[in-house]
Design a protein around this ligand. Structure first.
Ligand SMILES: NC(=O)c1ccc[n+]([C@@H]2O[C@H](COP(=O)([O-])OP(=O)(O)OC[C@H]3O[C@@H](n4cnc5c(N)ncnc54)[C@H](OP(=O)(O)O)[C@@H]3O)[C@@H](O)[C@H]2O)c1
Length: 309
């Protein structure tokens, strides 16, 4: 289990969290704020349209006179939104020490119409996976999932890199991944080898793999190369993990970049199913974000355990 050490952070430590309107992201904000860091809570909706839970969190922070929670709108799929956010951060705060890339969608798999029409629950949907009935790999859903989970995360990360503040404890990037992102789930050995080979990996190579996947989704052929369960979501996290390793290598000793699976958490993404509460899932991310200085980079954590990609 990755350890916790002496507190190296303070209110001067600035953490940016994406997708904090609900679920795990909101809890990450709460926990980082409780630990005394300054939290830049972001969500794709404007403040007045946030969930009740997010509004309440912000209201409580305001009522208790807390100045360490600041909200800003950020949609990671929109280039202009990312640029506006980074400009705002540069002007108001000037830097960031931690980036938690939490925002994601999973609309690539479950056919929500089928689910609604047949009034089926999540476990039934999972059972239906084997028959591919009620499960959708439709191109547009797949494309938008990759656009958010991989390209959107990369877009924000790249835009924010110049604002990551050098320090003795190093800036940290936590890419919120999934156990569905494990390389072993990729059924094509050659593709697995290519993504595994971090030294020769490039962003273009990852893009090529994603393009191949989308072509297969479109043609409805060749899907036997890709993960069986939740193929699009799985590929989105698998490519995010490849990006984690690539970025860790590129940033070398300038920042720690790690992938983290929060656990199976009861959020909207899982239709409320899961083993952990959102707070427990968030704690698994916060632990890695706040690892003592000198911690790992380019690693993959599954609920706190340092594991193979
Ligand atoms: N729950 C689990 O068991 C589990 C397991 C493994 C990994 N994860 C990962 O944990 C992270 C959080 O998931 P969750 O379970 O908390 O899911 P969730 O409840 O569905 O929350 C996802 C959040 O991401 C936001 N989001 C989606 N697209 C966005 C965009 N383009 N820009 C900004 N924000 C965007 C959503 O915004 P709106 O509220 O506006 O829709 C929502 O607030 C995700 O990366 C997920 O893949 C979850």
């Amino acid at each position: 289990m990755a350890g916790e050490g002496a507190e190296w952070w303070s209110e001067e430590t600035v953490a940016v969290v994406t997708g904090a309107n609900r679920g795990i992201g909101l809890e990450v904000c709460r926990q980082l704020a409780d630990k005394g860091l300054t939290v830049i809570m972001t969500a794709r909706k404007p403040q007045e349209q946030l969930s009740n839970a997010a509004q309440q969190f912000l209201q409580e922070a305001a009522e208790t006179g807390r100045k360490n929670v600041i909200f800003h709108t950020l949609d990671i799929t929109q280039q202009q939104s990312v640029l506006d956010f980074v400009d705002w951060l540069k002007l108001t705060v000037g830097f960031a020490d931690i980036l938690v890339n939490n925002a994601a969608i999973d609309n690539s798999v479950i056919d929500w119409d089928f689910k609604k029409r047949n009034n089926v629950d999540q476990s039934t949907i999972l059972a239906l996976l084997t028959s591919a009935n009620g499960v959708s790999n439709k191109y547009e859903l797949a494309r938008s999932c990759l656009e958010t989970n991989f390209h959107g995360t990369g877009r924000l990360t790249k835009a924010l890199l110049p604002l990551l503040r050098p320090s003795s404890h190093k800036p940290r990037i936590v890419n919120v991944s999934s156990r569905y992102g494990l390389l072993s789930l990729l059924r094509d050995e050659e593709l697995r080898k290519q993504l595994c080979d971090t030294a020769n990996l490039t962003e273009e190579k990852i893009d090529e793999v994603l393009d191949m996947f989308l072509e297969d989704v479109k043609s409805e052929k060749g899907m036997d190369r890709w993960p069986i369960e939740f193929p699009t979501y799985s590929i989105s996290k698998l490519s995010l993990n490849a990006y984690t390793r690539l970025l860790a290598l590129q940033l070398h000793d300038k920042a720690c970049v790690n992938s983290v699976h929060p656990g199976y958490v009861r959020t909207d993404m899982n239709l409320g199913n899961g083993d952990l509460s959102p707070a427990e899932g968030a704690a698994n991310l916060v632990r890695i974000a706040l690892l003592p200085p000198g911690g790992p980079s380019g690693h993959n954590f599954l609920e706190g355990e340092d594991v193979e990609f």
